[in-house]
Design a protein around this ligand. Structure first.
Ligand code: SF4
Length: 354
């Protein structure tokens, strides 16, 4: 049985059920790298150029780990576009080349191009070519892809119900677990799935918020049409698929009265984030918003402090209902309240925590 390695990074969090089903249906054994840890991150940093964002560095670390596993092939797709007239960050287009340039002694790379910006003809052709590595039966390849798409749909339904994509994948693989139900605050979380759902990169951001009694609302669980409609209100269409999803989700969450605040997890060195984060920050006026930028040097203690401060502020705003005059951008506002916690309290708060 041929072995195919899939790195647990980047679009793994969006497409793993599809890829795994496709290869297993073709009779291959799929090997996934371990969950991200310090060693994997270090291994990626060692071979990456400094300018790369953290998720890319981590991805290289996953590839290096897989290189030790005696594989026949490594699946490193060249992701260009996953929907019409929209594109993925340009770094994704160069991933197979980057892997070849940075890591020696690779197994054979399966580096099909996924470009659905115009149509799926090229992808179908590439899939048949990949299928030929495992079988000569064209119908088997087509059936494998159909089955794989159904499995992916199942995971997307789970994500729509509020599970993170990582949790959806674990449930899909038969793991059972429970998430905390007793919730107090509702917080919208934005960010690229490969940083948000990777516990090491995000430093357990979602789990920490849940442990603090928050219910998290993720981009995948928002109503798709509302997200697209909100994104379409911008004067210029955002042609990055994930960027448009972030902006649309942020604007949609900002209108939801049940959501208390929004957190955006951005990556240092990320071109799209530097623009998308700025747009969101400027657009959200009436909701508490916090932008957290991370890289490999970010410390957990700082993150925890900021999350606690953000939740405290949301609690206080809920308790002191009159704090509606707080500007979410730029200006500080000062107000005196006497009822909070039984003390004469002066609040000096900007709801935009950078
Ligand atoms: S969108 Fe940003 S975080 Fe994602 S791969 Fe591109 S540069 Fe890195």
């Amino acid at each position: 049985m041929k072995k195919v390695g899939i790195p647990r990074g980047l679009f793994y969090y969006y497409y793993y059920p599809l890829w795994k089903t496709f290869f297993t249906q073709l009779g291959a054994e799929v090997i996934v790298s371990s969950p991200t840890n310090r060693l994997i991150t270090e291994q990626g940093i060692q071979v990456a150029v400094d300018e790369l964002c953290l998720p890319m560095k981590v991805y290289l670390g996953h590839v290096r780990e897989l290189c030790t596993k005696d594989l026949d092939y490594l699946f490193i797709p060249r992701m260009v576009s996953i929907e019409a007239k929209s594109y993925i960050c340009p770094k994704f287009m160069g991933v197979p080349d980057m892997v070849r340039a940075c890591i020696p002694n690779l197994p054979g790379l399966i580096d099909i191009t996924v470009d659905l910006s115009k149509n799926d003809k090229a992808l179908q052709r590439d899939l048949l070519e990949v299928g030929r590595l495992f079988t000569r039966k064209k119908r088997l390849v087509n059936d494998a892809y159909k089955h794989a798409s159904q499995e992916l749909y199942f995971c997307k339904v789970l994500a729509r119900e509020g599970y993170t994509m990582d949790e959806a994948i674990r449930l899909w693989e038969g793991e059972s677990f429970t998430t905390k139900k007793d919730t107090d605050l509702n917080i919208g979380i934005l960010g690229h799935g490969y940083s948000l759902y990777d516990d090491s990169i995000s430093m357990n951001l979602i789990k920490r918020l849940r442990n603090m009694g928050c219910k998290v609302h993720l981009p995948e669980s928002q109503d798709r049409q509302s997200v697209e409609d909100e994104a379409a209100t911008l004067p210029k269409r955002i042609f990055w698929t994930l960027g448009r999803k972030m902006v649309g989700s942020a604007l949609h969450m900002a209108k939801r009265t049940d959501i208390d605040g929004i957190i955006y997890l951005a990556c240092f060195g990320c071109g799209p984030d530097s623009l998308i984060g700025e747009i969101i920050e400027r657009k959200i006026k009436d909701k508490a918003f916090m932008l957290i930028t991370i890289d490999e040097h970010t410390g957990e203690a700082g993150l925890v402090t900021r999350l606690e401060a953000f939740c405290d502020m949301l609690q206080r705003r809920r308790f002191l209902k009159g704090e509606s005059d707080i500007s979410s951008y730029g200006q500080f506002s000062y107000s005196y309240q006497s009822s909070f916690a039984g003390f004469e309290t002066r609040s000096n708060t900007s709801s935009s925590y950078k």
